[in-house]
Write a protein that binds this ligand. Structure first.
Ligand code: CAP
Ligand code: MG
Length: 404
């Protein structure tokens, strides 16, 4: 199918017929408005090619409705994701006849898809050298999330790398503030990772947060790569999908893109209204994000396990035209939660811990080791408490945070 099928949940206002409401969504998002138009007549009847259609309407036990709307592919400007969103996720959220409406999913056809990730899971694993071990990547967010200067940030990165992890990243609110200028930080962290590599032999990724205005992000990313960055990070919802797309398509930016989703709760959290994570995740894959925060099953952020599992399946499922995205499980994780994450999400996952590493009683290196030990235990099928009897770093983490 060349057209785009969008699935919505909606609740009509009292007294509004459900079929009328579903059609009102279709009309508002395609060729119509609230009344008939003199500009649509026999001579301009060709515009009806863009009318789209309501394909399905099902009443749900909670009194809401599920509907699928088919948008003709010609209504989209290929590759223009802001325009896609104005069609599938635009005015409809404010329609007065609706109590609530939520975009649940999209079937984005190949002819409308973007270039996709340059690296994907296999490409990232290759850089780090984990392609044969079949374990999750272990990552950390440097904490405190803001405030450290470049020298101290690099020291934390060095200590984390000594523990053997795969990924270090900036937090979503750290960009290029005066207390920690981006290029000073990048240079110091990459130097620290080189020193750690001399000791461990292992290449660690550092996702430097290049989130900035649309007129500056590509230039900033180019400069970051020239200065030695081996991964870039973007806050997709604050910067926009175009930011990812611009970086993924820019010649010369040959490093993976880590995608954070800060602000997503404003869209995803209300189960009846807004935009579910699924379409956001699919658009990130299409735009070229290599790894993406999709939520955890046991962490602090209130994600729903079933949705995280299904979203991860969608962004990792094989497609001939888009590489799979590495799903990132993060937010309140610590070694005691690793077994639950692996049991539900598998091993093709990035498990990130900020507080759960830098809050370890013996410091960052021990915290990193404890996360890796917890992953080893889970993969071997050994309970963390049992594994901890011969792994002191894991024992100290479990003593502080427990194993649930
Ligand atoms: C995790 C994190 C991430 C959250 C965001 C934080 O840190 O860096 O931003 O994971 O949620 O600041 O909370 P901790 P999500 O490990 O210290 O909790 O991944 O669900 O988008
Ligand atoms: Mg964060």
């Amino acid at each position: 199918m060349k057209d785009l099928l969008a699935t919505y949940y909606f609740r009509p206002k009292e007294g509004v017929d459900a079929a009328y409401a579903a059609n009102a969504i279709r009309e508002e998002q395609t060729t119509g408005t609230w009344t008939d138009l003199s500009t649509v007549n026999e001579e301009t009847a060709y515009v009806h090619a863009l009318d789209g259609s309501v394909e399905d309407l099902v009443e749900l036990p909670d009194g809401g409705y599920l509907t699928k709307i088919c948008f003709p592919h010609e209504i989209f400007e290929k590759g223009n994701i802001p325009q896609y969103l104005s069609v599938i996720a635009g005015n409809l959220f404010g329609l007065g006849k609706l109590e609530a409406v939520r975009l649940l999913d999209i079937d984005l056809p190949e002819n409308l898809a973007g270039c996709g990730p340059k690296f994907g899971i296999d490409g990232i694993r290759k850089i780090v050298g984990t392609e044969v071990s079949c374990r999750p990547h272990i990552g950390t967010i440097i904490k405190p999330k803001v405030g450290l200067n470049p020298k101290d940030t690099a020291q934390v990165a060095y200590e984390a790398a000594l523990g053997g992890l795969d990924l270090i990243k900036d937090d979503e609110t750290l960009t290029n503030q005066t207390f920690c200028p981006l290029f000073d930080r990048l240079e110091a962290v990459m130097d620290a990772l080189d020193r750690a590599k001399d000791e461990t032999g292992k290449q660690v990724l550092y996702a430097v947060n290049v989130t900035t205005g649309g007129d500056r992000i590509v230039e900033l990313a180019h400069k970051a790569v020239s200065a030695g960055a081996n991964m870039l990070m973007v806050d997709v919802l604050t910067a926009g999908f175009s930011a990812i797309q611009a970086l993924a398509e820019a010649p010369g930016i040959n490093v993976p893109i880590h995608v954070h989703r800060t602000m997503h709760g404003a869209l995803t959290r209300n189960p009846h209204h807004g935009i579910a994570m699924r379409p956001i995740a699919k658009l990130v894959r299409s735009s070229g994000g290599d790894q993406l925060h999709t939520g955890s099953v046991s962490g602090k952020m209130g994600s729903k396990a079933g949705e995280v599992i299904a979203d991860n399946r969608e962004i990792t499922k094989p497609l001939s035209y888009l590489k799979p995205v590495f799903p990132v499980s993060s937010g309140g994780l610590h070694p005691g939660k690793v077994a639950a994450e692996i049991a539900k999400l598998g091993t093709d996952i990035v498990l990130q811990a900020g507080g759960g590493i830098h809050g370890h009683p013996e410091g960052t290196t021990a915290g990193t080791r404890a996360m890796l030990q917890a992953a080893e235990a889970a993969i071997l099928g050994i309970p963390a408490r049992e594994y901890a009897t011969s792994h002191p770093e894991l024992a100290a983490a479990l003593a502080k945070w427990g194993d649930a």
